[in-house]
Design a protein around this ligand. Sequence first.
Ligand SMILES: [Zn+2]
Length: 654
Amino acid sequence: MTPTLIAGAVLLALLSSAGAQTAPKPAEPATVRANADFGATLPWADKQSFEDARRGFIAGIPGNVIAGTGPAPAWNMAAYDFLSGDAPPTVNPSLWRQAQLNAISGLFKVTDGMYQLRGLDLANMTIVEGKTGLIVIDPLLTAETSRAGLELYYQHRPKRPVVAVIYSHGHADHFGGVKGVTSDEEVAAGKVRIYAPDGFMETAIAENIIAGNAMSRRAAYQFGALLPPGSMGHVDTGLGKALSRGALTLIPPTDVITAKAPEQVIDGVPIEFILAPGSEAPAEMMMYFPQQRVLDTAEVTTQHMHNVYTIRGAEVRDANKWSGYISDVRERYAAKADTLIMSHHWPVYGTAGVDHFLVVQRDLYKFMHDQTVRLLNEGWTPGDIAETLKLPASLEKEWTAHGYYGTLSHNTRAIYQKYLGWYDANPAHLNPLPQSEEAKKQIEYMGGIDAVLAKARADYAKGEYRWVASVMSQAVFADPTNQAARQLAADALEQLGYQAEAGTWRGAYLSGAQELRRGVPKLPPPSTLNADTLKAVNLELFFDFLGVRLNAAKAEGKRLVLNWNFTDTKQQFTMNLENSALTWVEGRLAAKPDAGLTLTRDALNQFLLGRAKLPELMQQGLVKPEGDVRKFGELFAMFDNFTPDFPIVEPLKK
Ligand SMILES: [Zn+2]
């Protein structure tokens, strides 16, 4: 998700690192011990995943690199060649194993007539051979990688045209590469049909708009996108190797799959669609292929514990409902499936294996949901639940229950949040001092920064990294210019990163450490919006987004009524600015507005993409003003422009 921001940022981060005394440090003895102890708890005898991940391998991409449009490659699996042998002390051995599995890449035969491209992007692309051509399921994140995947397929299979694309769900890693396998023209000409679950367009991009800037910034932490690959840097996201860097594209679906007509024949291939809205994504569907006896569970299941809450920031997902979908699909299809494929990770082979896998995934989400809710009903707080709840031994011994992306810790906090929100009901936490003020008081009460640093160094030497990270964060928030505090805070986060089993936690810890040492990187604004993705932004969402950009101080005391009249979509909006709040009503125009615009959606899009300025569009007659059109300029001057370079591990400069 929100991956397009990351391309330029990586270059900037790498450039700024040259020569500075900011290099990562080795694993401390306590980390070496912790990783060895953790490794001793893992079910190493179960090597099935490596067999499954390699099964059906045909060929890889030459050099394991996919070129991009600029100097940086779109995809570089060769940068992960270091992932061989046993885990170094700077990587949790469980994550190291997952990172090795996610590095097994190329074209794989799943069964007759069904192939997968894996390890060419964060997600998988599946190709089903139909009667006249190819059905592509989930065309990756960027056009560069999906194109390279299709070319790899063509080198080993007959070159038949793509006749259908299926988006399993509305996350960009499953549709963004669509223009690498087909084009607007082919779809418009009816040569290619595009299938998506009910609600796809409404939700595909919406999640990345309203809070998109903050999510982009935080996503770089979660994915470790600014960390160089290496045993002291980025090793894996857990869900897949990394995000590709290229063109995010979107072609709207021609066919929407609803629960009313779940059985379809696409290019001669019967497919039973199983809708799972509100599982891992708001609009998502699984698929069963009766001829091939293959069940595709999309991203509803994965070879790990997924996120009930994704730490890049997003709404909490419903773990109970999620488990229910897995339970249902197991009841209906497990006995009929020889193979289970997914939108990420490697397949599960054999009916018994499929059934067992689905049981583990079903119970994983149900367990964490029910036990969290049990404990919260008994008065436990989020931190206590996160610390105490452990998986039952029968799940713990399953690799597929391990938290490489979600963790039991942050997922239980999310389940608490879903039902009870951020507040733990202790009134001392209802209105505490702001973070920096609280931190200054804390450090003062503890005897001043020098005393705190001395104690924290002693605890660091003992390996108490969680505490040192916490108290040094207080020290940095009390005084972000204190270099000793920043260094020790970074060191503690780094050791936590080296110990983390989850790729997401490692990414967050090491990104935090990097920023404490180097400062906040200058990041370009997120480029989630482009000519393609803008199609998925309806006018309601557009006006809502304008509302969240309104700077209340600049709007103080201002009153505006503006009409928007869209001639092509036949939509009319009255926008009202009053009390520093921007509201709108659809379906009518104000009789006496301060100003109004009559325009097409396309003209608005050109303006939003920065391809044309408002006066130019007016000159061309594409936008017709009414009243005092300067009022629009007045309004637009009140909008903030978001940039993803705000501080995270140190105080915001207000
Ligand atoms: Zn995905």
